[in-house]
Design a protein around this ligand. Structure first.
Ligand SMILES: Cc1cc2nc3c(=O)[nH]c(=O)nc-3n(C[C@H](O)[C@H](O)[C@H](O)COP(=O)(O)O)c2cc1C
Length: 201
């Protein structure tokens, strides 16, 4: 990998520009870069991403040939970056529609046996890939964010990422209010220092 290759990809799943998810991701990038890692940020709202339609054509083509949309700009970034930071606001106890579409469109990375149902593996696995995930929601009771972190963790693990840290940031509604939450910012910073160490600089 070249000296200038992006080692960490940060992905915001919020439709709100400059909101809490973006603010946490900005902090993640500052911390990663100060630890010497290169980190690129993408905001899913800036990309057109069709939801997966389950056509299974990617079994044969090894990429999505049903839609030529923003995912084809993101696939190379995902493949190149060993670290993935994925943040989502909670929308109705779960990840946002943007995050769900993004995750489902990673389906081309799976290889399945001829026989279905049957064994499967991810072509991203076994490469030392690591992830940090975070959720941000308005309510203070953890039951109000509910499935959000699990909805990030399960697919990323299936795809071949080891989750180094998952961060729950509760109690923020106002746009970018999380910038005044030093404890949340510190949890993101320390997760990023760990990620920078894990991916080797
Ligand atoms: C459609 C929608 C659904 C939401 N559902 C929840 C929810 O289930 N639980 C919760 O605590 N907050 C919920 N919220 C509030 C957001 O999670 C909260 O405002 C968060 O800070 C937004 O993050 P952002 O600024 O990164 O977009 C919802 C907001 C929207 C717009």
């Amino acid at each position: 990998m070249g000296k200038d290759a992006v080692r960490i990809l940060g992905v915001s799943g919020s439709p709100r520009k400059g909101g809490n998810t973006d603010a946490l991701l900005d902090r993640a990038a500052i911390s990663a870069r100060s630890a010497g890692a290169s980190m690129e940020l993408v905001h899913l709202r800036d990309y057109v991403i069709q939801p997966c339609v389950g056509c299974e054509q990617c079994r044969k083509d090894l990429t999505c040939t049903r839609f030529y949309d923003g995912m084809h700009l993101l696939y190379p970034k995902i493949e190149q970056a060993k670290g993935l930071v994925l943040g989502s606001p909670t929308h109705h106890y779960n990840v946002t529609a943007w995050v769900k579409a993004f995750i489902d469109r990673l389906y081309p990375y799976y290889e399945f046996s001829r026989q279905r149902p049957g064994p499967w593996r991810s072509r991203l696995s076994g490469q030392g890939r690591v992830a940090v995930t975070f959720e941000v929601c308005e309510q203070c009771d953890p039951s109000e964010s509910s499935f959000t972190l699990a909805a990030l963790r399960k697919p990323l693990e299936a795809l071949g990422y080891e989750t180094l840290a998952e961060i729950s940031v509760l109690g923020h509604f106002r746009k970018a209010a999380v910038r005044e939450d030093p404890a949340a910012l510190e949890r993101v910073s320390s997760a990023m220092k760990r990620m920078a160490g894990e991916i080797g600089l």
